[in-house]
Design a protein around this ligand. Sequence first.
Ligand code: CA
Length: 684
Amino acid sequence: MGALVALAACAPPEAPRIIDDAALANELEDQDWLAYGRTYSEQRFSPLDQISAANVADLGVDWYLDLPEDRGLVSTPLVADGVVYFVGSMNRVRAVDGATGQLLWEYDPQVAQNATRMRAGWEHNRGIGLWGDRVYAATWDGRLIALDRATGTEVWQVLTVDPELPLYITGAPKVFKGKVLVGNGGTESHPSRGYVTAYDAETGEQAWRFWIVPGNPADGFENEAMEMAAETWTGEWWRHGGGGNAWHGFTYDAELDQLYIGTGNGSPWNRKIRSPDGGDNLFLSSIVALDPDDGTYLWHYQDSPGETWDFNSNMDIVLADLEVDGEVRKVILHAPKNGFFYVLDRTNGEFISAEAFAEVTWASHVDPETGRPVEVPGARYEDGEAFVTPGPYGAHSWHAMSFNPEAGLAYIPTLHMNFRFNDEDVDLDTYQMVAWEGGTGVAWEFVGSSREDGVLGTLQAWDPVRQEQVWEVDLDGLWNPGTLTTAGDLVFQGRESGHLVAYEAATGNELWRFDLGLGISAPPITYSIDGRQYLALLVGWGGGAAGLAPPVGWNYGAQTRRLVAFSLQGTASLPPQAPRGAMMPMAAPSFEVDSDLAAAGEGLFGSCDGCHGPGVQSAGMAPDLRASGVVLDAGLFADVVRGGERATRGMPQFSAVTDEELLALRHYIRSVAERDLASIGGGG
Ligand code: CA
C-alpha cells in the first residue's frame, strides 16, 4: 500500500539524525525544525537570527517546488538533516532537499481508496511528526502511519477510529518518549465520545487511550477521572456521545513530564439537549493534564463550563516561563475559541489570569478567585435566541499562535465574528443526532463582524504578563494563517491575499512583503543549512472556513500550489500566477432551466457548499460549478456525484443521492450560472 515514487538519484544522506526527547526539548539554536511547534514548547520561536529586522527587506526566493495539489495546503513543514518533510492534499507526504527544493520521495496513503466513506471535514491536514529515524502521519480516514525518513517506505500503520463512525484526523501526531499521540475530529457528525490514543512509536501497538467525557455509568467507568467527570453531567448524556473530541492541541512538557490535551466542544452543542439539568460537563473545553506514560489523569482546567456555543479548547497549548508578580512561573499560554487569553500554572493547572483578547459578549470576565467565566444572562439562548461573540469559528482557531520569549509577546491570528443562535425550532426532548447526518442541536449563522469597523481578521501581539494587547494589524478577509517569530526580532504571517509579510516583533511595523499570487493558509517555518537561513512555507489557499468564505478571487486549479523557500541570498523568481479575479460562468444555451427543479436543488446544495461555496459562489476550494461542463452532462454528473469518480481528487461519493435529486442540483447550479452570466453581461 502507498505509492513510492520519484526516488531522487542523489547521494544518500549521512547517518540520519536520531530524533529523541533531548532534541525535541532543545529550545536553543538548532539548524532544523523538528516538531510541529519547532520544539516541545510549541512556541514557534526560532533562535536563528541571520534574517533580522535590519535585513529582512533583502529576502528573495531561494527555491520553489510546484505541487500537483488542487486542495488547501495548511501544514507546518518539518526539517531534519536539512530535508524538508511536509503533508499536502489527500494526506500525501513528501521529502524535499531543503537547500535545493529537489523532491526526494513521496508517499501516498491513498485515503480515498482506503476510506469506507469520505467524511465531512476532509479538507486539510495540519502536520506530521518526527521521531527516531521515522516520519509519522495521521490520515483523514483515521490511520496513523509510520514511514522510514530516508526512503518514505511504510513501516507500519494502524487504524485509530471505528470505520463505521464519521471520525477523521486533520491534526499533526505528536511524538514524545517513544509514543505517538493522535486524537480525531467529528463531534458534529455523530453522537461522538472523544478520545486520544498513544501508540508505541516503534511498533504501532496501542499504549493507552484516554476518553474525554464519561460514557453510560451502567457500563462502568474506565477510571476515577471518568467517575468524577460523570458528576458534572445530567440526563442521558451518553445517548448524545457528549463530545470533547481532541483534534488539535496536544503539548508534551518535558520539564514536568506531563502531557496537556486541549479538548473539544459538546456533542451536540446545545447543552439543553446534552445535559438538560445543567452541569459543567467535564472534560469539555478544557486543558487536561495526563501522565504521558499511561494516560492517567493528573489535573484539568475548564475554560467554558457547560459550553453551548461550540467553544472548544483545541487551540495550541504553548509552554513558557514568565515572571508574574515578581515570581518566575512555569505557565501554559492558551487562546481558545471563547475569546479569553489564559495564563495557567502548568505544574498543577492553577488559574493565574485571563483577559478577553477579542470582543466577548457571552461572559463579562473571568473571576480571578475561581477561574470561572462570569456569564452574561441570555448568552446561553435560554429563551431561544441569542447573538454571541465569539462563536463557532472562535476568536482564534487552529491557526498557529507563536510566542517570542525575548519580546515577551504572543502573536495571535484573531477572528472578529458575531453569530446568531436559535433553538426555537428544535425539539429539545426528542433531538437525537444520527451518525453521518450530524447536527448541532441549535440553528446558528454568522451575522457579521463583531467590530464596528467591520474588520473580520487581525493579527495581534499580546502581552501575557500584563494581559493586554500591544499591537494589532487589520487584515483583509477572515481566514488568515498562523505565525512564526524569530530571534531576528521578526514575526512572519501569510495572508488570504497571497502576501507573506514580515513585522518587527515589538512594534508590528511592517518591514517586508512578498506577493505569492495565491491565498496563504499555512504558517511559515525557518531552518538553516550550511550557514544559510531559510524561511519556508506552503502556498495553497484552503482549510475549514476557506470554502465558506466569500470568494476572494482564487480559482480552483488556476493558481499553482507551491512550497517556497526564501533566503537573504535567494535570487530565484517564481513563474507568474494566474491573476486573481472572478471566474466566468459557462454559457450553456441548450440547457433550459426549470425553476421548480432549481428551487428543489437549492435546498439540496447545503451538502455541497462547504467546498463549492454557498450559493454556488466558489471561493476556490473546489471547482466553480457555474463553469463546469460536468453539470451539463447528466451521465457524467451522476458518475462524479453518486459514482465517486473523482474521490481520489477529494470529491466525496454521495451514494444515496437519487436521479431526481441529481437533476434538481443541476438545474439549481445552472440557474445560478445563468443569473450570474446575465448580471455580468448587463442583463442579456
Ligand atoms: Ca466543533
